[in-house]
Write a protein that binds this ligand. Structure first.
Ligand code: AMP
Ligand code: MG
Length: 415
């Protein structure tokens, strides 16, 4: 077992455990939002599939309309119309026009369009107060070219990309199965919300903040409840957990006599590392239980969230083969001081905002028991070991409020 690792060493070891195969499933579009594509998608069509108009107006021959103005309008004969989806069958000849609507194919013979606002209809004729121009014609394939790959394996299906997949003609998509992530809380003092809180008790907040984080990272949370600090109870619960791709435990990984998770994993599994030179989250543990990777998160509510964000989230991204980075370091100006720690990389909670540049303020009380700092902060301010940041200093801030997907992202078909 390794111990007292740097954050970077710990992350590398965690990622090395993300080698399981998730497998692929095929979903209809309306269930695929927030999932990760497992295939490259080449467009099945050209879009537009032929030259079409980007505006409502009249399609005609540009040469017929040169010099048209409010004082010297040009008069064309209207020979038909072409709403979107109903192309005009004939051909536009000299001094002729076809009324066209956005998305309609440009009729044969026409090479320009004049906006309807620059015209007046007079029965069979239309008066043009401006010349027609080709600039509002969208050429065939302007948006999508048949055969070209626009979406790739590893792309997260955002709203825009889900729409793009539909525009390319795909009704169903191959996506990675969501990783199943067990969440087990430990601690004799931990009580479920709704139960009476005994003296010295604490409500099980970790299960729910971790549930949210797992959903945001594309995982499927499997709530395993809470167990007291007794090895047999921890083991019994894990035996009934069903198939998992990652197990998160919270609590029980510190130095104390009751730190049961660490003992169970040492005896029944294989501990890869314990303790990282960071704050909060120093007692983090990585283990294997059989094939199952286990992240033993410290019990303090802030510590469990921060360690999941730093290690669990990249692990789940890697399993899903996601190509976008799990977090993005930004540079911001500190408007309040942030305190570092000796020999440890520090992650303070801050509120990041854009005010003539990016600025970040502390959320206040930075104790790792104060969950409000995660509830109302939106960034982690990262301080290298042995470094404080004064007000006015430039600091690294990682956005944490990244609501990538709503819980239960699958849509429903109505009607
Ligand atoms: P531990 O890591 O077990 O030493 O716990 C550290 C602190 O986190 C203690 O104050 C615990 O009461 C608290 N804690 C542990 N588990 C939870 C939980 N599931 N929800 C909220 N607080 C917890
Ligand atoms: Mg405990």
């Amino acid at each position: 077992m390794r111990t007292n690792l740097s954050v970077e060493e710990a992350l590398a070891l965690v990622l090395a455990e993300a080698k399981g195969e998730l497998g692929v499933e095929e979903l209809p579009l309306w269930e695929a939002y927030g999932r990760v594509l497992a295939e490259d998608l080449a467009s099945l069509v050209d879009h537009p599939d032929q030259d079409d108009t980007a505006i409502d107006g009249y399609a005609c021959r540009e040469g017929d309309t040169l010099g048209a103005s409010p004082e010297t309008p040009v008069r064309l004969r209207v020979i038909g119309e072409a709403p979107a989806g109903r192309p005009f069958a004939g051909r536009v000849g000299e001094k002729e026009a076809v009324a066209v609507y956005t998305g309609a194919p440009i009729p044969q013979g026409a090479n320009a369009v004049v906006r309807v606002e620059d015209t007046r209809r007079e029965g069979e004729y239309v008066l043009l107060f401006a010349p027609a121009s080709p600039k509002d014609i969208r050429p065939k394939g302007d948006d999508l070219r048949r055969g070209e790959v626009y979406l790739s394996r590893g792309d997260l299906l955002t709203p825009g990309r889900l729409g793009l997949a539909a525009a390319m003609g795909y009704p169903r998509l191959k996506v990675f199965r969501r990783p199943r992530v067990g969440i087990l809380s430990t601690g004799d003092e931990v009580v479920e919300p709704g139960e009476a809180l005994p003296f010295g008790g604490v409500y099980n907040s970790n299960a729910y903040s971790l549930l949210g984080l797992v959903l945001e990272a594309g995982g499927e949370p499997v709530l395993l409840g809470k167990v007291p600090d007794r090895p047999e109870e921890v083991l019994a619960r894990l035996e009934r957990a069903g198939p998992l791709d990652l197990l998160l435990t919270s609590g029980g990984v510190s130095m104390g006599a009751y730190d049961v998770v660490r003992r169970v994993l040492e005896e029944r599994g294989e501990v890869v590392f314990w303790k990282v030179k960071q704050q909060p989250g120093g007692p983090l543990l990585l283990a294997r239980l059989g094939e199952l990777p286990v992240l033993g998160l410290p019990g303090n509510p802030v510590s469990s969230m921060v360690t999941f964000f730093l290690y669990g989230r990249p692990f789940l991204f890697r399993l899903q083969e996601r190509t976008d980075p799990p977090y993005r370091p930004l540079k911001a100006k500190a408007l309040t001081p942030f305190k570092g720690a000796k020999g440890k990389k520090v992650f303070r909670r801050g509120v990041l905002a854009f005010e003539e540049g990016l600025v970040v303020r502390t959320t206040g009380n930075q104790s790792s028991g104060v969950l409000r700092s995660m509830a109302f902060g939106n960034a982690l301010v990262v301080l290298p070991p042995d470094q404080d940041a004064q007000a006015g200093a430039e600091v690294e801030a990682d956005l944490t409020a990244i609501p990538h997907r709503a819980p239960g992202s699958a849509g429903r078909r109505g009607g």
